[in-house]
Design a protein around this ligand. Sequence first.
Ligand SMILES: Nc1ncnc2c1ncn2[C@@H]1O[C@H](COP(=O)(O)OP(=O)(O)OP(=O)(O)O)[C@@H](O)[C@H]1O
Length: 281
Amino acid sequence: MTDTTELSDVDISRPQVTLTGGPPPGAATLESREIGAWFGDRLVLEGVSLRMPAKEVTALIGPSGCGKSTFLRILNRMHELVPSASLTGEVLLDGQDIYADGTRPQQVRLRIGMVFQKPNPFPAMSIRDNVLAGLKLAGVKCDDKNALVEQSLERAGLWREVRDRLSSPGGALSGGQQQRLCIARSLAVQPNVLLMDEPCSALDPTSTRRIEQTIAEIGHEVTVVIVTHNMQQAQRVSDHCAFFLAAENEPGRVIEHGPTDTIFNAPSDERTFDYVNGRFG
Ligand SMILES: Nc1ncnc2c1ncn2[C@@H]1O[C@H](COP(=O)(O)OP(=O)(O)OP(=O)(O)O)[C@@H](O)[C@H]1O
C-alpha cells in the first residue's frame, strides 16, 4: 500500500473533542528516578533515571536484552502484570508518582497509552468501534463520537484511507494501517503520554515511513517514548535518546542520554559511539 498523504494535508489544529472521565488535557512530562527491576531474583535494570519531556519524542535504544521494553512497561504499570516482577524507584507523571498508594493502574494506563510491536486491533470489530474501544473499556464518555473517530484517525494518519469504510472490520486493513488504527485507538482517550514498543518492526518500509510521519505529527501534542532497534529511525523521529546497555551478567543501565543529535554525532561515552555506529548489538 502506497500512501501519498503529506503532513501538510492533515488538519490537526482543531480543538480536541471533549471527553468526560478522561485524562487531564495536554502532554505531560514523565520522569523515572533510580528505577530498578527484577524478574524473580534476577535484577534486569538498575539506577535508571530519565526525564522524558512533554511534547517531545524520546527514543530508547540499545542491544537486545538490555531492558528497554521492561523499562517502557514500568512507565505505565504493565511490569507488575508479570507475576514474578518487582521494582524499586519512582515514576513521576508531571511530578506525581504513578506508583503512589491508592493510584489505580487502569487510571495510569489511561493517561499513559501503549502501542505494541505487533498491531493488535480487534479484528472482527469495525474500524470505528476499534477507535472507540479504549473509551468503552475505561468508562470515558464522549459528547461527539463521530468527531472523535475522525479526529483520532486523522491524527494517526489513517482518516483519508478509511473514511469511506468505517464499518469494515479492523482485521481487513493492511499491517501498517492496523498499526495506525491502534495508534488512533490509543489517541482517542487523549492520553498525556504515548509509549511505543518497536511499533514498526513488523511493517514494510512504506508503512514504517507513514508511522514515522504520524509520530512526527503527534510528537508535538503528546509526549512520546519509543523503543527502536533502528538507528535511522531513532535519528529521524526523536528529540532525545537514551542508550541502554547491559554488560555480561549485569543489569541494564542507561549509559548516556541527551539530545538525539549529540547521542549520534558527539556522544561522550565510547560504548554509545560504537553502538550508534553499528559496531555491536
Ligand atoms: N517476563 C519475563 N520473565 C523473565 N525475564 C524476563 C521477562 N521479560 C524480560 N525478561 C528478561 O529481562 C531482560 C530485559 O528484557 P527486555 O525485553 O526488557 O529487553 P529489551 O532491551 O527490550 O530487549 P529486545 O530489544 O530484545 O526487545 C532480559 O534478560 C529478559 O530475558
